[in-house]
Every structure is written in C-alpha cells, then in structure tokens.
Design a protein around this ligand. Structure first.
Ligand SMILES: [Zn+2]
Length: 68
C-alpha cells in the first residue's frame, strides 16, 4: 500500500499515513492536535533527499521536448 504524506493546517504537523486508494481522498485526523484540517502533500520526495535541487525526474513524463 502506498504511503501518503499529510500536513495539518491547524498546527503544521507533518505525518505519514498508509492508506488505500479509496482512503487517500479522505483527510486523516492529525495525530498531534486531533484536527481534521489536514491535506495530502502532493510533492513526494524521497526520504533523506531534502534540500537537494535535482529535479531530473520532473520532466520525464510530459513529452520531453526540451532537448534540442
Ligand atoms: Zn494538527
């Protein structure tokens, strides 16, 4: 099952949650403050690669006409 990353809008807590596809649309309850004002983070980064500016994989799925 995929792991989704969520962020709490109430307290800013970031947490991960393993969810099925049908559950991914639902907002989980924040484990820190119990708020349901959470949303899924779209930009998934590999664990341990925070701060790196290598975005080589972001241009690989849309035609790729940047190479002359
Ligand atoms: Zn919270």
């Amino acid at each position: 099952m995929p792991i989704y990353e969520y962020v709490c809008e109430a307290c800013g807590q970031e947490f991960e949650r393993i969810a099925r596809f049908s559950e991914a649309d639902q907002s989980p309850i924040c484990p820190a403050c119990g708020s349901k004002e959470t949303h899924k983070q779209i930009s998934r980064v590999a664990t341990g690669s925070t701060g790196s500016s290598g975005d080589s994989s972001s241009t690989s799925c849309s035609g790729g006409g940047h190479f002359s």
